[in-house]
Design a binder for this molecule. Structure first.
Ligand SMILES: *Cc1c(COP(=O)(O)O)cnc(C)c1O
Length: 381
């Protein structure tokens, strides 16, 4: 008897996505513009609140690229980035010929440490170069320490590019993630909390910023009957087909966040009596995570020697996907020469952490299979 693989996070359609896509076909809006693009942007603006202006783009990575350009980042400039993140946060710095400066995490939200951030800024300024932008990330849906990061950023007058790719629907002090930075970034890749099969968005705070984003994302065409160009542009707009999927997904977003948060509660229940395993959770009521991925830390000195790898292998044997946390960028061969400011928090998270199946489409049978693996492995501990 074959059973299906349990994934970390897989697409979960609500049902109406197909209607929007069919409508696009019926009206021949099969292009990187059209009513679904406008409708999806409208849905996102209403959802984000705060008078936001949203531009739908082809990916989250593209959004970060355009945000950095609009922060004035050019070849040779330095940009500060959280080291503990996915490569999509940092690669656009290199696209521009700029230099990443990496900053460690703090242990409560696993995101950018405000103390090391200030240390990095001060040191770079002393070296003669003030960083042009800060890329801060809400990893796994957990908001970073927004007030403290913003305080440092505004003290030195450096714009924040808020990588909210994993945090659509998360809030800090009641305000949506993606609305705190000079620009906010969203992703709708296949494994994210909602998907358009591939896509992203830029959350702006003015109509001018949105207009400039769309301009850059559509090959930077100046106003003329012919094609006239005074700036280098990109082909980064979202297609009207993909945006149709997005409109359907927006209808179920909050329900799916509720289901992801239930998965997080499920893991709290599973590990509550297992010493040496902690489930990543909000540090206070100021933080509301969409719990895009549930994650744990395993301390082998308290689990009778059971490690993160032991659990990962036990899951794999049962055809259940789990994955180590992001490998910090300062440990990646490609970024090994980047300056790094930290004290080992990100390394430790990478050594001891594991992401667990978290999808909003997991069933009771799936949960039973997961539970069984955990129980069998830790019963000796
Ligand atoms: C997914 C992701 C991105 C990039 O988004 P894409 O749409 O896949 O290009 C950037 N940053 C983080 C933290 C992500 O998880």
């Amino acid at each position: 008897m074959s059973q299906q693989k349990i994934w970390l996070s897989s697409p979960h359609m609500g049902g109406t996505e197909r209607n929007f896509v069919t409508e696009a076909f019926d009206t021949n809006w099969v292009a990187p513009l059209g009513p679904n693009v406008n409708g999806f942007e409208n849905d996102l603006q209403l959802y984000q609140g705060q008078d936001t202006h949203v531009a739908a783009l082809s990916s989250g990575t593209a959004a970060i690229h355009l945000a950095l350009i609009q922060c004035g980042v050019e070849a040779g400039d330095e940009v500060i980035c959280q080291s503990f993140t996915f490569c999509g946060s940092i690669n656009p710095i290199k696209y521009l010929g700029a230099k990443p400066v990496l900053v460690d995490s703090e242990s409560t939200t696993w995101n950018m440490c405000p103390i090391h951030l200030e240390e990095a800024i001060k040191h770079r300024i002393k070296q003669g170069k003030k960083p042009k932008a800060i890329v801060a990330v809400h990893l796994y849906g957990m908001p970073y320490q927004v007030d403290l990061i913003n305080k440092v950023a505004s003290k030195y007058d450096i714009p924040v590019v808020e990588d909210s790719a994993e945090a659509l629907g998360s809030t800090y002090k009641g305000q949506k993630c993606g609305t705190f930075g000079r620009f906010g970034i969203l992703s709708f890749n296949g494994n994210k909390i909602i998907t358009t099969s591939g896509g992203g968005a830029m959350v702006c705070h003015s109509q001018e910023d949105k207009k400039q984003t769309v301009f850059l994302a559509t090959q930077a065409r100046d106003e003329a009957a012919h094609y006239e160009h005074t700036t280098i542009g990109y082909n980064y707009r979202l297609s009207n087909i993909s945006a149709g999927i997005g409109r359907g997904q927006m209808e179920v977003l909050d329900r799916h966040i509720g289901l992801r948060r239930k998965m997080h509660e499920f893991y709290i229940e599973q590990f509550k009596n297992i010493e040496g395993v902690s489930v990543f959770s909000e540090p206070s009521s100021d933080y509301f995570s969409n719990h895009w991925l549930s994650a744990i830390l395993i301390n082998p000195s308290k689990t009778n020697g059971i490690t993160r790898e032991d659990l990962r292998h036990a899951f794999a044997k049962a055809d259940i996907e789990s994955r180590p946390l992001w490998k910090p960028m300062h440990l990646q061969p490609i970024f090994k020469d980047a300056p790094y400011y930290g004290s080992g928090i990100a390394e430790e998270l990478f050594e001891t952490g594991l992401c667990l199946p978290s999808g909003s489409n997991l069933t009771n049978d799936d949960r039973e299979r997961i539970q069984k693996v955990i129980f069998e492995l830790f019963k000796s501990a």
